[in-house]
Design a protein around this ligand. Structure first.
Ligand SMILES: [Zn+2]
Length: 303
C-alpha cells in the first residue's frame, strides 16, 4: 500500500509542477491576474508575454488608480508568425480575456502592441446593450494610448499624432445617423473615441482642468461598474457625471445618440496646440487649450 501511495503522491506533485509552469499569476494594482498558456511557450517567450501583460496592467492601473477588477483570467494561445491578434474581453460569469500571440513576436513588437491594454480597459466598463457598443469600444480606443502615456510607455507626441491621423474616421459619413443607430467600424471605434475626447476636453473646460474623463470613469468603478455587471448606459453616464460634478457625458450622449455630430477637428487640434508636421507632431504651448492637452497625456510619477 505504501509504494503505490508514494507513487501517486509523486505523480500528483509532478502534475502540479507542470501546470504551475504553464500558468502564472501577477498581482498588480490590487488585481489578481491569472494567466494560462496553450500550448506552453518557450521560457523566453513566456517571459515576454508576462512582461507585456504586466506593462498593460500597470498602464490601466495608472489611469484608474487601481486595477479595474479584483480578478481576471487571461487565456493566451499561440499562432505562427509575429504580432498579437484576436484579443477579446468578456464579463460573462467572471472577467476574462482571450488573446492569440505569434510565437515569433519580439520584445519590440510587444512594446508597440496596444491590444492587451485595450482589452484591460474593457474590464472597467459595464456591459451595456448592443446599440451602445460604441461606448465600450470608443472608451477602450481613447483610453488605451493615454493610459500608456501616463505610465511612460508612449510619448504624448505619439498619442496626439495618432489621434490627429485616426480621429476623422469617427466623423459621420453621408447618411450616417447618431452613435446609437449607425454601427459601422468607424463610428463604433472612432466615433466612440471622438465622444470620449470631446467629453474629456469639456469636463476639463468646465472644472478649470481639475478633473478629466479619468475621474468620470473612476466614478463608474466606485459605483460598482465593471465588465462583470450589465447596466443601462444611462446609469454609467450618470455615475460618471456625478463623480466630476458636471453633466458632460449625459449631455453629450443626448446630443450624439441619434444625430450625426461633426465637430471641427482641425479647429480642436489648433485649440489644443497640436500640429502635425510631416512625421512629427509639434505642440504649441501658447494655444488656448494647451494646459488641457498637457493634462490628458502627462506622464504620472510612479509611486
Ligand atoms: Zn475592444
Amino acid at each position: 500500500m505504501r509504494l503505490p501511495f508514494l507513487f501517486a503522491l509523486i505523480w500528483l506533485g509532478l502534475t502540479a509542477l507542470a501546470s504551475a509552469q504553464e500558468n502564472a499569476q501577477l498581482k498588480i494594482g490590487g488585481g489578481t491576474i491569472d494567466i494560462s498558456f496553450d500550448p506552453p511557450p518557450s521560457a523566453p517567450l513566456r517571459q515576454l508575454v508576462l512582461d507585456w501583460i504586466a506593462t498593460a496592467a500597470r498602464a490601466v492601473t495608472t489611469y484608474y488608480t487601481k486595477y479595474p477588477v479584483p480578478h481576471v483570467a487571461i487565456a493566451v494561445s499561440f499562432h505562427d508568425g509575429e504580432g498579437v491578434d484576436s484579443g477579446r474581453a468578456f464579463g460573462w460569469e467572471h472577467a476574462h480575456i482571450s488573446i492569440s500571440v505569434g510565437s515569433a513576436t519580439t520584445a519590440a513588437d510587444f512594446a508597440d502592441d496596444w491590444t492587451m491594454t485595450h482589452e484591460m480597459v474593457h474590464l472597467a466598463f459595464p456591459s451595456v446593450p448592443r446599440s451602445h457598443h460604441w461606448i465600450e469600444e470608443g472608451l477602450a480606443v481613447y483610453v488605451e494610448p493615454i493610459a500608456r502615456a501616463r505610465s511612460g510607455d508612449l510619448t504624448p507626441q505619439k498619442v496626439w499624432g495618432d489621434m490627429v491621423d485616426a480621429m476623422p474616421q469617427g466623423l459621420p459619413k453621408a447618411n450616417d445617423r447618431g452613435l446609437d443607430f449607425t454601427h459601422t467600424w468607424g463610428r463604433t471605434y472612432w466615433g466612440g473615441a471622438l465622444y470620449c475626447l470631446l467629453a474629456d476636453v469639456e469636463i476639463r473646460k468646465r472644472t478649470g482642468n481639475r478633473m478629466g474623463l479619468e475621474d468620470a470613469v473612476r466614478g463608474i468603478q466606485k459605483s460598482g461598474g465593471s465588465i462583470e455587471v450589465e447596466w443601462p448606459l444611462e446609469r454609467a453616464l450618470e455615475a460618471a457625471d456625478q463623480a466630476v460634478g458636471v453633466s458632460v457625458l449625459e449631455d453629450l450622449y443626448n446630443r450624439m445618440r441619434a444625430t450625426p455630430v461633426s465637430p471641427d477637428l482641425d479647429q480642436l487640434w489648433k485649440e489644443l496646440g497640436v500640429e502635425r508636421q510631416g512625421k512629427t507632431v509639434v505642440f504649441d504651448d501658447t494655444a488656448p487649450l494647451a494646459a488641457i492637452r498637457r493634462a490628458i497625456t502627462e506622464p504620472q510619477s510612479k509611486g
